[in-house]
Design a protein around this ligand. Structure first.
Ligand SMILES: *Cc1c(COP(=O)(O)O)cnc(C)c1O
Length: 383
């Protein structure tokens, strides 16, 4: 079955007890047993819950995975994945990684004796083998990256990592499985913050891991119940509901982003637009090969930090907020907001960078709103 059909039906047969078309929210912590150890597959909701099972089956299918494991947040999924490695192990990570993941790696795991090397997307695409050795157990990638929208050749990076026996995790939050499927490109594990495009309505926080490796899957199911970073049934239900419209939403996000990027590229107040869909973007060709379309995230450089900070507070439809991937358009200043935790790193977000999460409102309204904010920004700047 095609993606759109599986997004609506996979793992979601009508409820056998009542015929309910939508998977119920099984708001229960425990389940009655007919005799000791005799039950219907569920004994306690940290271990398993039917609403969570439906989500795990559906989203795994969309990533082309045999196994899916849901978590209470993207960061909870990251913590759990980090329990696949041990202190002393080496982890190689793309350097413009999500700020919260960078904070966890540098301030939680690094002090415990895990060894990290942060490598630029450029270096991963050109010279990755030199950063890998037999002690490298984990390779952590994002593509497109956050907030610079760099594109990593996932197939080539995974092949290089596998030469030294490292496990490859790809954070697929920005693309969503509709646009990119990292397991098919050679990744071992795909990670999602389901908070973003998958749920799509900025009303829930969640995370997910998917894999086709049975040994990794078994360990992740064990870690899910043993570490306990699980999502509740209502949160699972919200993500499941969001996923049903993922394909139509993503098509509109991409369409709107294409128009917004072209508008920004032609504007005097904008120094540079970072969007893989623009032929001028260095990752354009690679993205065309490994993605179905270019996504709804755009970053751009204003002429100064001051202009960037003022601009993001001046739009009306574009709301000044962290996060991304919802139906509503958001604007933010990474250096002071989402990526403040990388401020002291050599690869800190540029101070004049603005990040957009392009929503699915009327694109004409979105462009008009940006135009007003940019014109006033240009007028306020002495030349
Ligand atoms: C938001 C985000 C995360 C963290 O997920 P939470 O659901 O906020 O815990 C990880 N990676 C990327 C790319 C993200 O955008």
């Amino acid at each position: 079955m095609d993606f759109e059909t599986r997004a609506i039906h996979e793992g979601q047969e009508p409820d056998p007890a009542t015929g309910a078309v939508t998977v119920p929210i099984y708001q229960t912590s425990t389940y009655v047993q007919d005799a000791v150890g005799e039950h219907k597959g569920y004994d306690y909701s940290r271990v398993a819950n039917p609403t969570r099972t439906a989500l795990q089956i559906c989203l795994a299918s969309l990533e082309g995975a045999e196994h899916g494991i849901a978590f209470g947040s993207g960061i909870a999924a990251t913590t759990t994945a980090m329990h696949l490695v041990n202190p002393g192990d080496r982890i190689v990570c793309v350097n413009d990684v999500y700020g919260g993941v960078y904070r966890m790696f540098s301030q939680v795991y690094s002090p415990k004796g895990y060894e990290f090397e942060f490598v630029s997307a450029d270096e991963i695409n050109s010279n990755f083998r030199e950063h890998l050795d037999e002690r490298t157990r984990l390779v952590w990638l994002e593509s497109p990256t956050n907030p610079l929208l760099n594109v990593i050749d996932i197939r080539a990076a995974a092949a290089a990592a596998h030469e030294v026996g490292a496990v490859v995790v790809v954070d697929n939050t920005f693309a969503s499985p509709y646009l990119q499927q990292p397991l098919a490109l050679g990744a071992d594990i795909v990670l999602h913050s389901t908070t973003k495009y998958l749920s799509g309505h900025s009303d829930v926080v969640g995370g997910f891991l998917a894999t086709n490796d049975p040994t990794i899957a078994e360990r992740l199911y064990f870690l899910q119940k043993s570490l306990g970073a699980i999502p509740g049934p209502f949160d699972c239900w919200l993500v499941l509901r969001g996923i049903k419209t993922l394909a139509v939403r993503m098509r509109q996000h991409c369409e709107n982003a294409r128009r917004v990027a072209a508008f920004l590229e032609s504007h005097d107040s904008v120094e540079r637009v970072l969007y893989p869909g623009l032929p001028s973007h260095p990752g354009h060709e690679l993205a065309s090969r490994q993605m179905r379309d270019f996504g709804g995230m755009i970053s751009f450089l204003a002429h100064s930090e001051e202009e960037a900070v003022e601009l993001v507070a001046r739009t009306a439809i574009w709301k000044l907020a962290e996060s991304l991937g919802g139906v509503e358009s958001l604007i933010e200043h990474p250096a002071r907001m989402t990526h403040a935790s990388t401020a002291d790193a050599p690869f800190a977000a540029p101070r004049n960078l603005v990040r957009l999460s392009v929503g699915i409102e009327s694109v004409d309204d979105l462009i008009a709103d940006l135009e007003t904010a940019l014109v006033r920004s240009a007028a306020a700047t002495p030349s």
